[in-house]
Design a protein around this ligand. Sequence first.
Ligand code: ADP
Ligand code: MG
Length: 347
Amino acid sequence: MDEFARISFWTNEGQAPDLLEARGVRLAIGDDAAIVAATNKEDRNEAYDWLYTVDTMVEEIHFKSETMSLEAIGYKALASNISDIAAMGGIPMHAVVAISIPSRYSPQQIKQIYNGIYQCANQYGVAIVGGDTTSSPHSLVLTITVIGKVEAGTAIRRSGAKPGDVLFVTGIAGKSAAGLHLLLNAHQEQHLAQHHLEMLKQAHQAPQPQVAQGRLLHDLGSCHALNDVSDGLASEAAEIAAASAVDIVIDEQLLPISESLSQYSACAQQSTLEWILYGGEDYILLGSMPTEHFAKTKAAFSEQGMELYEIGRVEQGQGEVWLEALDAKLERKQRTCLSKRGYNHFI
Ligand code: ADP
Ligand code: MG
């Protein structure tokens, strides 16, 4: 199969023409560049800002075949990009896919990656409009760019957190790290009910970017700062704290824990708190808003069947992140400064 035959084998019939039309796509794959209408039916002549984001997944660094199926690799690569758009309060619209392929992969195997990409794209209404294909000497490299939009001037940045704000998350952190641990230590499985195991593996292999949650926060208009949790709660909090020139206090007692997570960490003899703070790849949203808006925002989330948890607060400071916990002996709250570890490629 030559390059062009491969590209059409991977991309033909991946998406309904209706989805492409709804996203204003005049011409998708096949020419030198895709053509997308700057305004389309949904716009109602409203002014929008474009959001651009790109993420690369490298075999052996971001995924290993022991823990990720080819389909999961494709799904997760697109999901992590969509999550960045969600974290700006935006709507993901279009994506281009660049893939560098070692010779040991067959076109059929790459097709499985595309099946995962299209599954995620169709779920979130993202039009795949092009890409690039090359060979690679060693590792498979998958780079996806997503373009989104948000009503002009209203994207939610990470720099807007203010002292007095409530710190919140839109889901439970730590499940992806627990899922990875489980996938690498399959012998732990016998001690846990099947639905807990599935929930943790899914959290790692097919994370659900929180576009609806990001849009709801955007539409309610009270969110001061927002990040998606790709590198771990502690590290995302540190990014908000640094960008906003404030301190962030995470209250250990408020951190939500899922049944699957606590049961698995107990039987694997791992620290739940480590996974929650430093695990990463949960793709939930972490943000801050004024205290007086929290209750009605939580109610609006509940109405739509979505989760919102208060986990701490924003204080005046110089960009530190603190973990506050009850010291049983002293019978009072103690705080420790959290280190800024999380995954860093150049340490
Ligand atoms: P060019 O030589 O003009 O860069 P290419 O041969 O790279 O064109 O690609 C031909 C068409 O196929 C383009 O529309 C491009 O966007 C699309 N394409 C190439 N590789 C991929 C891919 N991996 N996934 C999706 N579309 C792709
Ligand atoms: Mg090209």
